[in-house]
Write a protein that binds this ligand. Structure first.
Ligand code: FPP
Length: 251
């Protein structure tokens, strides 16, 4: 999905002289929409709708703060197993979000990127998705990376298949397989690994999100439900990250 030659440069973390500073790549597991709705005796879809407002707020805050890449886990491979009405409501919300944010993304120099299986989305969502990808392709301010029909295991499976195919057809040797080659064949190829993973609604799990890529990411789990999450708490978490000591397995 990243055919633009300037993509590599934009998606690579700038070198810093000291300290961990702000995270370059923030990845978020947006959880708790259903519980937010249930607490108010509302349909789960109302929770997703409110969740869309939070998405808008966090995208804007990230851009203002100078985040390089914001990855949002919007729809997992497992989410296809939800009731049909909920899946189609989520697709509808996604389509409306993309359509309504096209102008904002252009104005704020945000480039849209997608990881996962966009080809599994319905035709009307794909249409607006590819339109937005094309429209924002030259933007260089921030990458908004949407995980759509994304699963970490699916990501690894498609990577293995692609590499195996290249070996069979003689394009690469088995000896050429190293960590970089693997990273280059994941959906996130050319994107720096997440520095910080945030999960809302208090669950202590990764839920098949970016399994390879988060090997050394810092984690922050907040009890706040996604529709109640906002800029103020997001900034607090970014400041908490600034005080972390990242050792990457070294002393
Ligand atoms: C998890 O909450 C959330 C999702 C499965 C979907 C996330 C979608 C949004 C935030 C809507 C808008 C997104 C975009 C990109 C416009 P849950 O339903 O699992 O909540 P629960 O665990 O409380 O039931």
């Amino acid at each position: 999905m990243n055919s633009n030659p300037s993509f590599q440069e934009q998606s690579t973390r700038p070198l810093k002289s000291s300290g961990v500073g702000l995270p370059w790549h923030v990845a978020i597991i947006m959880d708790g929409n259903g519980r937010w709705a249930k607490k108010r005796l509302l349909n789960r879809v109302k929770g997703h709708e409110r969740g869309m407002n939070t998405v808008r707020e966090i995208v804007t805050a990230s851009r203002e703060m100078g985040i390089g890449i914001l990855t949002l886990y919007a729809f997992s491979t497992e989410n296809w197993q939800r009731p049909k009405y909920e899946v189609s409501a989520l697709m509808n919300i996604l389509r409306r979000f993309l359509k309504s944010e096209q102008t904002e993304m252009t104005k704020n120099n945000i480039r849209l990127n997608v990881i996962g299986q966009p080809d599994r989305l319905s035709a009307n969502v794909q249409k607006v998705l590819f339109e937005t990808l094309e429209l924002t392709a030259d933007n260089s301010g921030m990458v908004l990376n949407l995980a759509l029909s994304y699963g970490g295991r699916n990501d690894i499976t498609q990577m293995v298949r692609t590499i195996a195919q290249k070996i069979i057809t003689g394009k690469i040797d088995v000896e050429a397989i190293d960590e970089q080659l693997i990273a280059d064949h994941l959906y996130t190829a050319k994107l720096a690994d997440p520095d910080l993973v945030i999960r809302t609604s208090g669950e202590m799990r990764i839920s098949n999100f970016l399994l390879w890529q988060i090997a050394y990411s810092e984690l922050f789990i907040t009890n706040t439900l996604w529709p109640d999450f906002g800029k103020a708490e997001f900034i607090q978490i970014l400041h908490d990250y600034e005080h972390r000591e990242r050792r990457f397995g070294k002393v």
